[in-house]
Design a protein. Sequence first.
Length: 288
Amino acid sequence: MNQTVAAVNGVDIPQLGFGLYKIKDGGTFERTVEEAIQMGYRHFDTAKIYGNEAALGRVIQNSGIPREEFFITSKVWTTDLGYSATKKAFEQTCQKLNVTYLDMYLIHFAGPQYVNAWKAMEELYDAGKIKVIGVANFEIRHLEHLKKHSRISPMVNQIETHPEFPQHELHDYMVRHRILHEAWGPLGQGSKALLEHPELAAIALCHQKSVAQVILRWHLQRGIIVIPKSSNPQRIKENNEIFDFELNEKEMEQIRRLDTGKRYSVSPNGYMVNPIYINLMKLFIRSH
């Protein structure tokens, strides 16, 4: 049984979602999403740059389940930032997904023109075309800058978060400003060292759960939305079985102390002013 967290505007967001990063269009994609839907997942996270929006739309349409039961997130890519460009990108995403609205739409990175992109998203939100508007990979400096130039504050910030990189400072900032924390890479990109960590293994043994389930449960108890991804049916099922146990305060503190400051991706800090990010974004695109 999934649980929800409420955005500042009262919209309920399923706290457990399904990430579609690097799951390419094709037979594997369709089987994976069909499997996830059968196991009860309704929150799906995609993006223009992932190249699988149209495939997700087809699977959802073919599921026979009303669109209103799904929570669909997509993101505007860096090359589409700007007032007019963002509105156009949004319409293209809706066409690919074959939907008339998105449950959540995010700015993927704080690239040039992201303030103008946000103004477009505010208007789309006012028109009821987006239920929740937010950002991804934004640091405090980006959020502060946007706050000074917007009518509506971001409702969600989707950022790299896992036990080795728990984002304590940014998390606390978002709690204070009523911005929901959503974790991508919640299992540390499947890091073998993390998933075999002896302290996590001991906690998992106590609860008769896997280390991955313990990590996802840790996120939930921090109030974080998680979007783990897998094309393995057993792991898809396992990731959904995290609502029947609870970590105690001592276990939460043990996991808190695993912070090493280790990112598994590039740091978005300084993105607005650092030209090196142009090349990093090219690498990001090629990696997709």
